[in-house]
Design a protein around this ligand. Structure first.
Ligand SMILES: Nc1ncnc2c1ncn2[C@@H]1O[C@H](COP(=O)(O)OP(=O)(O)OP(=O)(O)O)[C@@H](O)[C@H]1O
Ligand SMILES: [Mg+2]
Length: 572
C-alpha cells in the first residue's frame, strides 16, 4: 500500500480522460464476461437441449423451446443457437477491441499530460537543477518515465480494484465457513500460512526497488553518453575518442544488462514463491481437514475459495513487485516535479513582487554583493558599483574571475548570497525575473541558435518584429551581407545550434537578435570574440550611437579597451 501511495498524485492525470477510461474498464468487464461466461454458459444450458439431453437443461429454457419452437430443436432454435456462437464471439472481440482502444487512449493521454507538466516544469526550474542533473536524466524524465507511470495509473487500475475485492470475498467466505463447521475451521489453520507469503514478496520487492534505482542511473548515463557523442562528433574524432566512447558505451550496456537480468530473475520469482507456499498451506489444510472429518463437498468449497484467494494474492504480489520496480523512475520524476528552489532563484514571496514599470531608466547598482555557487567558495565579495543610464560599462578581468557570473545575477539566473542589486533604485529581487529579462537584451558567451531560418532566429529577440525590423537589425549587426549570400537569404535554415554558420556569423546573428529587442539594458558577454576587426568596429560604432541605454560589455579586445566610456576592471 505504501508503495502504491506514492503513485496517487499521478492518478489525477486521469481526470482529462476519465470518461474514456471508464468506458475502457466497462468494456474490459464485458470482455471477461463474454469470454469467461458466454460460451461456458451456452455449453451448459443450450447444448443439452440441442443434443436431446433435456434433463440436464435448465427448466426455463425448456419452457421457451416448448412455447416458441413447439419443442422442435432442429429448426429455428438450432439456427438461433448456432448464431449464438458468433454473436457471443462478436461481443467478445468488439469489447476486447474497445477495451484496448479506450485504455490506450487514456494511457497515452496520461503520458502526454505528464510529459507536458515535466517539460514545462523544466522551463521554470532554477539553474541549480541543471547543474545537478545530467542531460540523459532530463531527457529520460520527459520522454521515458511518464510511460512507466502509465503502467500503474492505467494498466494496473483494473487490478487495483478487482484483485483486493476478489481476495476479500474469498477470505470472507473462508472465515464464514470456519465459524459454521469445525473441520473447516481446522482446515482453515492451513490457510493461515498465507501471511507467510508477505515475507518473500517484500524481500523480492525491496531488491527490485534497489535494482530499479541502479537501472535508472545507468540508463541515464547511457543517454548522456549518446547525446554527448552525437552533439560533438568533431571533438570525438579530433581527439581520437571513438574507441573510448565505444568502450564506455558497451561497458555501460553490459552493466545495464546485468542489472536488468537480475531484476527479471527476481521479479519472476514472485509467482512461483506464492504458488509454492500456498500449496504447502493447501497440503496442511487437506491434512487437518480430513483428520477432523471434513466432507468431500466441504473440501471442494475450501478448494475453490482457496483457489480464488490465491489468484489475487499472486497478482497483488506481482503488482507490489512492479510498484517497487518503478520507484527509480518515480523518484526521478518527483525530483523534477517537486524541485524546491534552494538557491532562492525566482520569486521569493508573492508579497514583495512589484510590477516592473513599462519605461525604466536602466540604472543598475550593486550594493555589497557577494556570491558563491558552492557554499564557502565566493566568486566575489562586497562588490559595489553603479551603471548609469546611457553609460557603457566595460568589464574585463582574468578568465574565471566572475564576469559572466555578475551578469547572471543581473538576469536573476542566480541570487546574490549577500547584498542586493538595485534597478532604478528598487531591489531587483522585488520584481518578477521574467519581467526583468524582458527589459534586458542579452548575448551570452555561447549564444544558442535554433534549427530554423535566419529570419526566425533573429526574430527571437522580439517575436512581434516585422520582417523589415529584422532586416534592419541584421544590417546593424553587419550580418546582412552574409545572410543575403546564403542560399535562401533570410529563409535559409541554419541547422541544429546554427551548425552551418561560422563562429563569427553565429555571433552576429546573436547580436542582431539583441539589437532587435530594443531594450533599455544591453548585455554583451564576449559577444564579439569571434568577430574580425572590421565587424567589431561596426559593432562598437553602433554602441557609440546608443545614447539612452545602459550597456554592459565583457570584452578583452583592444576595441573594448579603447572605448572611451566608463570602465570597470573586475579583479579579485
Ligand atoms: N554553474 C556554476 N556552478 C559552479 N561554479 C561555477 C558555475 N559557473 C561558473 N562557475 C565558477 O565561477 C567562477 C566564475 O565563472 P565565470 O563564468 O563568471 O567567469 P568569467 O569571468 O566569465 O570567465 P571567462 O572570461 O572565462 O568567461 C569560475 O571559477 C567558475 O569555475
Ligand atoms: Mg564568462
Amino acid at each position: 500500500m505504501e508503495a502504491l501511495k506514492r503513485f496517487f498524485p499521478y492518478f489525477r492525470y486521469l481526470k482529462y480522460v476519465w470518461g474514456r477510461f471508464a468506458l475502457g474498464l466497462i468494456f474490459g468487464v464485458l470482455f471477461s464476461l463474454s469470454s469467461g461466461l458466454g460460451l461456458p454458459i451456452m455449453a451448459e444450458t443450450v447444448f443439452p437441449i440441442l443434443f436431446g439431453n433435456t434433463e440436464n437443461a435448465p427448466k426455463w429454457l425448456c419452457r421457451i423451446v416448448e412455447t416458441y419452437f413447439a419443442n422442435d430443436v432442429s429448426g429455428g432454435f438450432l439456427l438461433l443457437c448456432s448464431f449464438g456462437i458468433p454473436a457471443t464471439i462478436l461481443i467478445r472481440v468488439l469489447s476486447g477491441w474497445a477495451n484496448g482502444y479506450y485504455m490506450n487512449y487514456a494511457g497515452i493521454s496520461v503520458v502526454q499530460q505528464l510529459q507536458k507538466d515535466v517539460f514545462s516544469k523544466i522551463q521554470d526550474i532554477p539553474f541549480a537543477f541543471f547543474k545537478k542533473s545530467q542531460t540523459g536524466e532530463i531527457i529520460a524524465s520527459v520522454l521515458n518515465y511518464p510511460n512507466e507511470i502509465r503502467r500503474v495509473v492505467v494498466d494496473m487500475s483494473n487490478d487495483i480494484i478487482k484483485q483486493p475485492l476478489t481476495l476479500i470475498a474469498a477470505v470472507s467466505f473462508l472465515i464464514y465457513k470456519s465459524f459454521t463447521s469445525e473441520s473447516f475451521s481446522m482446515a482453515f489453520i492451513g490457510v493461515l500460512t498465507v501471511p507467510i507469503l508477505i515475507f518473500p514478496i517484500r524481500q523480492i520487492a525491496k531488491y527490485l526497488s534497489k535494482r530499479s534505482k541502479q537501472l535508472v542511473a545507468v540508463g541515464e548515463t547511457l543517454n548522456s553518453l549518446v547525446i554527448e557523442t552525437v552533439q560533438s562528433p568533431m571533438e570525438v574524432r579530433a581527439f581520437n575518442l571513438e574507441k573510448r566512447q565505444k568502450a564506455r558505451f558497451s561497458q555501460l550496456l553490459d552493466t545495464f544488462f546485468t542489472f536488468t537480468i537480475k531484476s527479471v530473475r527476481s521479479s519472476l520469482m514472485i509467482s512461483p514463491s506464492i504458488e509454492f507456499i500456498s500449496s504447502v498451506g493447501f497440503g496442511i489444510a487437506l491434512y487437518l481437514g480430513v483428520k477432523n472429518g471434513m466432507q468431500q463437498e466441504e473440501f471442494f468449497a475450501l478448494f475453490i475459495a482457496l483457489y480464488m484467494a490465491y489468484g489475487p494474492i499472486k497478482r497483488l504480489g506481482q503488482m507490489h513487485g512492479l510498484l517497487r520496480q518503478l520507484e527509480g523512475p518515480l523518484t526521478r520524476l518527483e525530483s523534477i516535479l517537486n524541485f524546491e528552489d534552494n538557491l532562492k532563484a525566482g520569486v521569493k514571496s508573492k508579497a514583495i513582487v512589484k510590477e516592473i514599470p513599462d519605461k525604466i531608466e536602466g540604472e543598475i547598482e550593486f550594493v555589497n554583493v557577494s556570491f558563491s555557487y558552492e557554499k564557502g567558495e565566493a566568486v566575489f565579495e562586497n562588490l559595489n558599483f553603479k551603471i548609469e543610464k546611457g553609460k557603457v560599462f566595460a568589464l574585463s578581468g582574468k578568465s574565471g574571475v566572475g564576469k559572466s557570473t555578475l551578469v547572471n545575477l543581473i538576469l536573476r539566473f542566480y541570487e546574490p548570497t549577500r547584498g542586493h542589486i538595485l534597478l532604478d533604485g528598487e531591489n531587483l529581487a522585488h520584481f518578477d525575473p521574467k519581467e526583468i529579462r524582458q527589459k534586458i537584451a542579452y548575448v551570452p558567451q555561447m549564444p544558442l541558435l535554433f534549427n530554423d531560418s535566419l529570419m526566425e532566429n533573429i526574430r527571437i529577440g522580439n517575436p512581434n518584429a516585422s520582417d523589415r525590423d529584422v532586416i534592419k537589425a541584421a544590417k546593424e549587426a553587419n550580418a546582412l551581407e552574409f545572410i543575403e549570400n546564403s542560399p535562401n537569404g533570410f529563409a535559409t535554415i541554419i541547422g541544429e545550434k546554427g551548425s552551418t554558420l561560422s563562429g563569427g556569423q553565429r555571433q552576429r546573428i546573436a547580436i542582431a537578435r539583441a539589437l532587435l529587442k530594443d531594450s533599455p539594458i544591453l548585455i554583451f558577454d564576449e559577444a564579439t570574440s569571434a568577430l574580425d576587426e572590421n565587424n567589431r568596429d561596426v559593432f562598437y560604432e553602433w554602441i557609440k550611437k546608443c545614447k539612452d541605454k545602459s550597456i554592459i560589455i565583457i570584452d578583452h579586445t583592444k576595441s573594448a579597451q579603447d572605448f572611451p566610456r566608463e570602465w570597470i576592471n573586475l579583479k579579485f
